[in-house]
Design a protein around this ligand. Structure first.
Ligand code: ADP
Ligand code: MG
Length: 332
């Protein structure tokens, strides 16, 4: 059974970036206003995510890491109106199969916290009382070590894995309003390097300044429009010629209702429109599409990054027209 589970878990936690994404989403779902991510050796030795959210109640200590255990959905019809990131109860169970997981937590009603460790089948293997402020710390050590081949490949590609992790963290740090996100990495015996830091501001613009600096933020044009019936887009895109275009295009962040998603056709459209000004560069973009829950499905892939928009082509046409108002040749 454990072996079957391991093969399946590969689908939820595909890489370093999805591991961290799932933990950060859990902290956001728990209502945290402060999330601290501490990495050792780019996350290959240790990923620790500490939050000041609701904490876990003792009756959930055991169930927490069991497959399909979730506190976020009680009825299948909830899926349509769901506002939390998690809903399938697969992340912690997958992480247990793929790494050494321990959780330190204290719920509001509890006088003292608990330090819990889990084995690779997600069974609670030790529990002790510890002092802790209300909130949860999940530690994931030695990611992928139970799968020797994957582990070797992971270590070999750690820089690339880390690059994806960084852009996932940036995506959440930018959109999370009122949440302070702080991430550090420690390599060897050297000190910790801060890689992402936001202040918990209520404005995305402030988050952009925190993550990318005020010089980058100054190149951005705000965007706030109805692109089609009931579909709004809000965000920022860089002005052509502002010096914020980049050869790599690694600064495009697309969201649906605040959830970071992959919509490659939107990136393509952005690059094409921007490309008529400077074909060598890609714009920076931060776009949040506000859609009614019935206009899309998020449950298409296990990592929930792929979404299916029911009216994608209409939306692309409308977005193109809207963007052409920003990217008009006579303006630049
Ligand atoms: P899901 O998020 O889909 O419910 P997970 O496996 O990610 O599934 O988490 C399982 C459960 O563990 C959650 O439903 C939640 O009750 C609890 N949990 C996980 N992380 C945290 C956290 N940081 N704070 C409070 N509860 C948490
Ligand atoms: Mg989750």
């Amino acid at each position: 059974r454990a072996a079957v589970h391991r093969i399946c878990s590969g689908q939820v936690v595909l890489d370093l970036a999805t591991a961290v994404k799932e933990l950060v989403e859990n902290s956001l779902d728990a209502g945290a206003t402060s999330i601290e991510i501490r990495l050792k050796e780019y996350g290959s030795v240790l990923i620790e995510v500490a939050d000041n959210g609701s904490g876990v109640s003792p009756e959930n200590y055991q169930g927490l890491t069991l497959k399909y255990h979730t506190s976020k959905i009680s009825d299948f019809s909830d899926l349509q109106t769901l506002t939390s990131f998690g809903f399938r109860g697969e992340a912690l169970s997958s992480l247990c199969a793929l790494s050494d997981v321990s959780v330190t937590t204290r719920a509001k009603e509890e006088a003292i916290g608990a330090r819990l460790t889990y084995d690779h089948s997600g069974v609670l293997s030790s529990q002790e009382s510890v002092a802790r402020a209300v909130g949860t710390t999940v530690a994931v050590a030695n990611l992928f070590s139970p799968l020797p081949v994957r582990f070797k490949e992971f270590k070999r590609n750690i820089r690339r894995e880390y690059g994806r992790l960084l852009s996932v963290l940036q995506a959440y740090a930018l959109i999370a309003k009122g949440v302070r996100i702080f991430c550090t990495n420690q390599v060897g015996k050297s000190g910790r390097t801060t890689i992402v830091r936001t202040q918990g501001s209520g404005s995305v613009k402030d988050n952009i300044i925190s993550v990318f600096g005020s010089k980058t933020a100054a190149c951005l044009e705000p965007l706030n429009m109805e692109v089609s019936d009931g579909c709004l887009v809000e965000g920022f895109i860089s002005r052509p010629g502002s010096g914020c275009g980049r050869a790599s295009g690694d600064r495009q962040f697309i969201y649906v209702n605040g959830r970071p998603v992959d919509l490659p056709k939107i990136n393509k459209l952005l690059n094409e429109l921007y490309g008529s000004f400077n074909s060598l560069q890609k714009p920076m973009a931060f776009l949040n599409f506000i859609l009614t829950p019935t206009a899309y499905d998020v449950n298409v892939t296990p990592d929930k990054r792929k979404v299916f928009l029911h009216t994608e082509s209409a939306l692309l046409t409308a977005l193109k027209e809207a963007l052409e108002c920003v990217y008009t040749p006579d303006k630049y």
